[in-house]
Design a protein around this ligand. Structure first.
Ligand code: HDE
Length: 689
């Protein structure tokens, strides 16, 4: 082609498109081979209306890479948010373990934590009624330690062999492909009704624990017993706990449903905004330590993952903290590719014989091989240990290392620097004696399925018990088969007759179903108030968000007073107006808004102030988003501050008064009420089971 033609082609290729405005010092756009790309908008064609040419390697490379962008999502826990941070030890467990992360006080260890829902796909909502996964990768000096827990301390099943059936029952039903991210359907409750060992976990799922207000306000539990091993080789059992510094808090079911529509990314956004604004989420790290002799005295088997160890029986010892202070650079590279395996433990630690844990030790590594496609997944930066690591494993798909030398085996006499065993510091298993007959056996001590489920129920406040009864009614009302509803109520009779009565009444069952046969007598345990959510809520506005609804003509001084007081109390404040551009206040000044009313319902906030001129209230009274805003704030038991205009809107919306609907003049009373939820109000706004 002549130079002339080449130039013309260059000009033609832009095809009348606007040239991009180039600002700043851009990197050169290249192919994956580093070849600079001149035109990223037009593929190579034989002529202006001719066929696209196969030789267009730029087009083919780009499209082919795009076609391969997705990797299999996790079969469970696909939806999640992750963040970086650090772990710091505050008390040494030297007596119990040689693991440096648990003995070196003050040492900060980098972590990556991924908090997930279980049932939904990766694009599902953040707020289904679901357990939250709580996985932490600790990049210690002695290798990576993955502590992969949940926000519920027990699990559905006692043996790993049941896991695929359980998950198939939870997931969307295979013929119809729904429901997404929900347990409220026939296959889940069918399986549960035939699996009495699930009853304890199901009580937790029906509780407010599965409706967290924020991922920053959930507890984490390692679930299984693990072992710690000390210098002398002695081992102690340990259960791991994460406790949020902001306290526990949940949303109300009706609120949760509305949040799901208002902001499907509610938890991810909340975590992102908290970290970006420097309000770093923090958890205390605590352990329960006990010996085999102590375990022998427990009225349950601690190796059974459907049981928890009440804090009253083995107190929690707080030994450290975790702070999440950095959002990942790239969601896929980090949150999606992070590969947790319960088998990633350290010298000074070991597993227990919990049969569920034993199955997990296989499953996670297997899952990573499938999802990430290569035994070299540990080389992906988010998975790579931050301490030196080397061995003689070689090759495989996507090998990034270039080992040098001719030796790839051990022992060898040819290399003085190749990696060798270190018997003194290397990983040693606990020297446990195992006796008995091989077989597919479940111990007798695993047969009590109802006592701790009952303990959990009787430990709750009356409000939480009502929420649980209503949750059962809601879930079982979505179940089409009557025999499944009846079977579940039969199980509840073993747990608490009053609960069974409430659920049976809520389902309008004609008669009380029979109890199924229980393999063990239901024991009456002392209530454990540490199992509540309401009891663990903190009277604080720290980490919470107060909204001020304004409109044209609102009083700027009142807004400022409320805003200042809420910020002083630790809250974030958001101004919401009918238009995102803000509103002109009574004094003629303009106030910017953080959001538009129609897109920012009160479910997204912890307390609201409604500051309106009388005209502003009149206009908003014709706006259903404004009516719903105040009705929902009241119905979701939140504090409401109002001036005259606010009062006018409340009147039109039919919102009654109570001690948490306060005059905007009384800022102190508003802040006090905003720090909690008005549980007493609930019976006036909702008929619970
Ligand atoms: Fe998991 N689980 N699980 N699980 N689990 C996975 O691993 C599995 C169990 C938990 O943020 C998978 O990498 C089996 C208990 C969390 O990446 C998979 C059994 C607990 C996460 C798997 C269990 C958990 C997973 C899917 C029964 C609480 C998300 C993707 C034997 C202690 C981790 C993956 C993350 C993920 C298997 C039971 C928590 C399939 C076989 C009990 C938090 O390997």
């Amino acid at each position: 082609m002549s130079n002339e033609k080449h130039k013309k082609n260059k000009e033609k290729s832009k095809g009348g498109e606007l040239h991009q405005v180039v600002k700043g010092d851009h990197a050169t756009l290249t192919t994956n081979q580093g070849v600079p790309i001149a035109d990223n908008q037009n593929s190579l064609k034989a002529n202006s209306h001719g066929p696209t040419l196969l030789e267009d390697f730029i087009l083919r490379e780009k499209i082919t890479h795009f076609d391969h962008e997705r990797i299999p999502e996790r079969i469970v826990h696909a939806r999640a948010s992750g963040a970086h941070g650090y772990f710091e030890l505050t008390e040494s467990l030297e007596k119990y373990t040689t693991a440096k992360i648990l003995t070196e006080v003050g040492e900060q260890t980098p972590v990556f934590s991924r908090i997930s829902t279980v049932a939904g796909g990766s694009g599902s909502i953040d707020t289904p009624r679901d357990v939250r996964g709580f996985a932490v990768k600790l990049y210690t000096k002695e290798g990576n330690w993955d502590l992969i827990g949940n926000n519920v301390p027990v699990f559905f099943i006692q043996d790993a062999i049941k896991f695929p059936d359980l998950v198939h029952a939870i997931k969307m039903e295979p013929d119809r492909g729904f429901p997404q991210a929900a347990t409220a359907h026939d296959t889940f409750w069918d399986y549960i009704s035939l699996t009495p060992e699930s009853m304890h976990m199901v009580m937790w799922i029906m509780s407010d624990r599965t409706l967290p207000r924020s991922l920053r306000m959930i507890e984490g539990f390692g679930v299984h017993s693990f072992r710690l091993i000390n210098e002398k080789g002695e081992s102690t059992f340990v259960k791991y706990h994460w406790r949020p510094v902001l306290g526990l808090q949940s949303t109300i079911w009706d609120e949760t449903v509305k949040i799901s529509g208002a902001d499907p990314d509610y938890h991810r956004r909340d975590l992102f905004e908290a970290i970006e604004s420097g309000n770093f989420p923090e958890w205390e790290f605590a352990v329960q330590l006990f010996t085999q002799e102590e375990a022998d005295q427990f009225p349950f088997d601690h190796l059974d993952p459907t049981k928890l160890i009440p804090e009253e029986l083995v107190p929690l010892k707080v030994i450290g903290k975790m702070v999440l202070d950095r959002w990942p650079n790239n969601f896929f590279a980090e949150t999606e590719q992070v590969a947790f395996c319960p088998s990633h433990i350290l010298p000074g630690m070991d597993f227990s014989n919990d049969p569920l844990l034993q199955g997990r030790l296989h499953s996670y590594h297997d899952t990573q091989l499938f999802r990430l496609g290569s035994p070299n997944f540990h080389q992906i930066p988010i998975n790579a240990p931050k301490c030196p690591f080397s061995n003689h494993q070689r090759d495989g798909y996507m090998q990034m290392d270039q080992p040098v030398g001719r030796v790839a085996y051990e022992p060898n006499s040819l290399s003085e620097t190749s990696p060798r065993e270190t018997p003194l510091h290397g990983f040693q298993s606990a020297a446990i004696t195992e006796l008995g007959e091989k077989g597919r056996i479940r111990p007798e001590s695993f047969s009590d399925h109802y006592s701790q489920a009952r303990m959990f129920y009787v430990s709750q406040t009356t409000y939480e018990q009502a929420h649980m009864a209503s949750a059962f009614v809601f879930e079982l009302s979505k179940v089409e088969h009557l025999h499944i509803r009846e079977a579940m109520v039969g199980h509840l009779r073993h747990i608490d007759q009053d609960l069974a009565n409430r659920v049976a009444a809520g389902l309008a069952l004609d008669k009380m179903p029979e109890k199924p046969i229980s393999a063990a007598i239901v024991q009456e345990f002392e209530p454990s108030h540490a199992l509540q959510v309401i009891g663990k809520m903190k009277d604080t506005l720290k980490g919470r968000c107060v909204c001020i609804l304004i409109a044209e003509g609102s009083d700027g001084d009142v807004i400022k007073k409320i805003k200042d007081a809420a910020i002083e109390a630790g809250a974030t404040v958001k101004i919401i107006a009918p238009k995102v551009g803000g509103a002109k206040l009574a004094d003629g000044s303009k106030m910017d808004a953080d959001g538009q009313l129609a897109g920012s319902p009160s479910v997204l906030f912890d307390a609201v102030a409604v500051i309106l001129s009388v005209d502003g209230a009149k206009t908003l009274s014709k706006e259903s988003a404004a009516i719903d805003f105040v009705r929902d704030a009241f119905g979701h038991l939140k504090a409401i501050a109002i001036d005259d205009g606010g009062q006018a809107l409340l009147n039109i919306a039919g919102v009654k008064e109570d001690q948490a609907v306060v005059s905007a003049e009384n800022v102190e009373a508003f802040i006090t009420a905003a720090k909690t939820r008005q549980w007493e109000r609930e019976k006036s706004v909702r008929i619970l089971a």
